[in-house]
Write a protein that binds this ligand. Structure first.
Ligand code: NDP
Ligand code: 2XX
Length: 324
């Protein structure tokens, strides 16, 4: 895709925006005249082609993180794939015309950007971005950053290494589909078990799960086997702790309530370098984007796209495309 010459960058653009906290279906509005952000020296301006949605987007809209949030009004959207149309003076990795992707917010909950990816143009520091793998579409690339970076960071924090076993609670979601793939194909786990409801078990197996557990029929705390690592992407940390071996690690990404050792909770840090580490796996197809089958949703259907994500039944990632 050709980049727009810089003189054609508009001063305002179309974006989804909310001016008060609440349910996305109540507060999220389309506005044709949102100011295009000015870039800082370490930032690039991106012509957005595709964006994906994450639970943090609707949690933030609900005001769950308002103590550390940036001020309203907010254009949501962490994940972006698009084309660089302008670069700041300190930028060395990217030039105008480059196809990039990333999670715009280095710290997800502390001062995230007021202008996110649900806009025609958005700005980001070069350190949160990477070059889009050539074999991936913009839709596929937009599906990856926040989810795959979270999956990777959690497996590192849990010290998963080759030959260890891992149980994933919530294997079919945006993050879980990548936890399974990374555990199996990048970290070299000897055994990957994962949970989902009945119709999603084949998907878990196709991603590399050796054992697909139907949580509507089996209790994971009753499994005869214990695991070296349990990765909780659902918020069932009490059950997770019962499924780990003595001396094993439990990591959770759901901060519903405080956790106690051996469980640890973390919030991801967005890094372009994580995407770069995974580039060869993405280019070889060993690790694949997983797209929710109800999408991609056109830019006019962002409220419907959020409705689907908010149901907790999304399979893989909910993507918005094309933008505009
Ligand atoms: P998704 O909305 O993509 O997850 C949806 C999936 O969850 C569905 O496929 C569903 O499968 C599955 N699911 C729901 N309930 C259960 C259950 N009881 N057991 C097993 N699977 C279940 O969410 P994400 O993957 O994007 O995020 C997961 C969680 O992690 C969210 O709470 C999110 O806020 C949090 N998160 C935290 C981060 C951090 O840095 N701390 C970063 C990213 C996400 P089924 O239909 O079969 O139930
Ligand atoms: O819910 C959350 C989410 O999705 C992210 C990124 O941070 C919060 C942590 C619970």
């Amino acid at each position: 895709m050709a980049a727009a010459p810089s003189e054609s960058i508009p001063s305002v653009n179309g974006a989804w925006i909310y001016s008060q906290y609440g349910k996305t279906s109540d507060v999220l509005k389309f506005d044709q005249s949102v100011a295009v952000p000015e870039i800082k020296e370490d930032q690039v301006l991106i012509k957005v082609v595709a964006a994906s949605l994450n639970p943090v987007d609707f949690g933030r809209a609900l005001g769950y993180f308002k103590d550390t949030d940036s001020p309203l009004p907010t254009v949501p959207g962490y994940d972006v794939a698009g084309v660089v149309v302008k670069v700041g003076r300190q930028v060395t990795k990217f030039k105008v015309g480059d196809e990039v992707y990333g999670d715009l917010n280095e710290t997800a909950l502390v001062n995230p950007k007021r202008i996110g990816s649900l806009a025609e143009y958005t700005a980001a520091e070069e350190r949160v971005l990477a070059h889009k793998p050539k074999n991936l579409s913009f839709i596929e690339a937009a599906s990856l950053p926040l989810a795959i970076e979270t999956a990777y960071e959690g497996l590192e924090r849990a010290e998963l290494t080759a030959g260890k076993s891992v149980l994933v609670l919530g294997g079919a979601g945006g993050v879980g589909t990548h936890i399974i793939q990374l555990a199996k194909h990048v970290f070299g786990a000897s055994k990957v078990a994962a949970t989902a409801s009945t119709k999603k078990l084949d998907l878990l197996r196709s991603l590399g799960a050796d054992l697909a557990i139907d949580y509507t029929k089996a209790n994971i705390e009753d499994l005869p086997e214990k695991f070296d690592v349990v990765y909780d992407a659902v918020g069932e940390t009490d059950k997770a702790v019962k499924a780990v071996k003595e001396g094993g690690k439990v990591v959770t990404i759901v901060g519903l309530r405080p956790v106690t050792p051996p469980a640890i909770f973390f919030v991801l840090t967005s890094k372009g370098s994580t995407l770069e580490k995974l580039e060869t796996y993405l280019e070889s197809g060993k690790v694949k984007p997983v797209l929710d089958p109800t999408g991609p949703y056109p830019f006019s259907k962002v409220v419907e796209a959020f409705g689907h994500l908010e149901s907790s039944r999304a399979t893989g990632k909910v993507v918005v495309y094309p933008i505009p």
